[in-house]
Design a protein around this ligand. Sequence first.
Ligand SMILES: CC(=O)SCCNC(=O)CCNC(=O)[C@H](O)C(C)(C)COP(=O)(O)OP(=O)(O)OC[C@H]1O[C@@H](n2cnc3c(N)ncnc32)[C@H](O)[C@@H]1OP(=O)(O)O
Length: 424
Amino acid sequence: MTPALPDGYRLIRVPHSRSVEFREVDHLAFGYEPDPETVAQVPDYLEWDRTSAVEAPDGSLAAVHASYAFTLPVPGAQPVECAGLTWVGTRPDQRRQGLLSAMIADHFAHCEERGEPVSALYAAESAIYGRFGYGSAADDLRVTIPRGVALRDVPGSSDLTLRFAKLDAAAHGGLVEQVHAAAGVGRPGWIGRSTDALRASALADPPAWRQGGEPLRIATVHGPDGEPRAYALLRRKEEWADNVAKTKVLVRESAAVDAAAAHRLWSFLLDMDLTASVQSGPLPVDDRIREILVDPRLATAKITDNVWVRLVDLPAALTARRYSGPLDVVLEVTDARLPANAGRWRLATGPVGADAAYDVRVTRTEDDADVALDVRELGAAYLGGRSLAAAGHAGLVEERRAGSLHATSTAFAWPLAPVCSWMF
Ligand SMILES: CC(=O)SCCNC(=O)CCNC(=O)[C@H](O)C(C)(C)COP(=O)(O)OP(=O)(O)OC[C@H]1O[C@@H](n2cnc3c(N)ncnc32)[C@H](O)[C@@H]1OP(=O)(O)O
């Protein structure tokens, strides 16, 4: 069902030649205006063959959205093609007349045309996207830790070398992406920056973004042959109180390829002169730092929703991931926006064979349903970080055959918590 637009409005693709107008809608919707220095220093990272809008009858842009061609790491399998929805905005004077609803339908149609079975996003407000079938599929953790707290020993940490420098995009860009990719192996949701412009924007540091802190620095950890094994992009924000230094270390993003490298990095961050605390960037909720703090209570933790996931092509999406155990279940799915997903589906997986062959079948069935749920709940559970049983406990998933929800929930769960380490 395509929601109707008001008379005279139409959905269009936006070419690069209209980029100023496109950005202006977003500035009006979000309430900001980048200064010329920021515009000059942050690369244009939108993909201009994936930018769309609603045009008003007078030819102006009333609402906009864009997407990135990502691949989304899923539990135990190759990443799946994924449209990363972004830059969604409706002009304040055009709100609540269905423009977003029409743009989302358009976005799903583009996903289908491009063969992208899932879409993911960061929600500006968490109440917006559930109605469109997106489920909150991951949380992220941000910790603030006082300087000098003790860490448990991790073998090999003290053999590694730490370097600290002013961030130089040309010199450090390759290292950051190499470590980021290696650190995310096996981690559902760990989306990589897919274009040079996105990679460059991760290192952008215009003065307006510094909030009174120093320019971005980079701490890197190296193995015996100098190979990079961890990094943190950070800035210090100088503060003094009664002649005592209270400077904060603000980490934008960090990643480590293994436990020793993570320990070496944190040992450095938690022991910087003149500082009082370290505030992390977005981490998975099961991050190593939670395990290695001697006194975890000293860390203040904040958990927020991270990526949201929408199954656009349900059978393709469910077939593209692995499950934590054998399963044979009939799911009855509701999907108000994409009726092709609705109805009864048999999801059957066997054990992994000796040859590592793995079989997942998702087929239409007329058999009685074991578990009934909306596509939103399937999206939430897709990366293995949300419990379908918990959703059932909350009244959002219905168990029709005793025991089937426990089995389904167990199979969808995954040992490593999903997260995306950067906001898009
Ligand atoms: C992935 C991203 O880019 S996230 C960024 C999202 N953008 C922003 O937050 C910028 C500021 N906000 C806006 O630009 C707009 O308010 C938008 C884009 C969120 C909504 O655009 P609109 O064109 O007004 O949405 P539309 O009229 O299609 O509303 C669809 C439904 O969503 C609801 N809705 C829209 N925005 C919100 C919201 N922020 N919170 C809760 N419900 C919302 C509407 O009430 C409506 O409900 P209904 O179907 O029950 O009537």
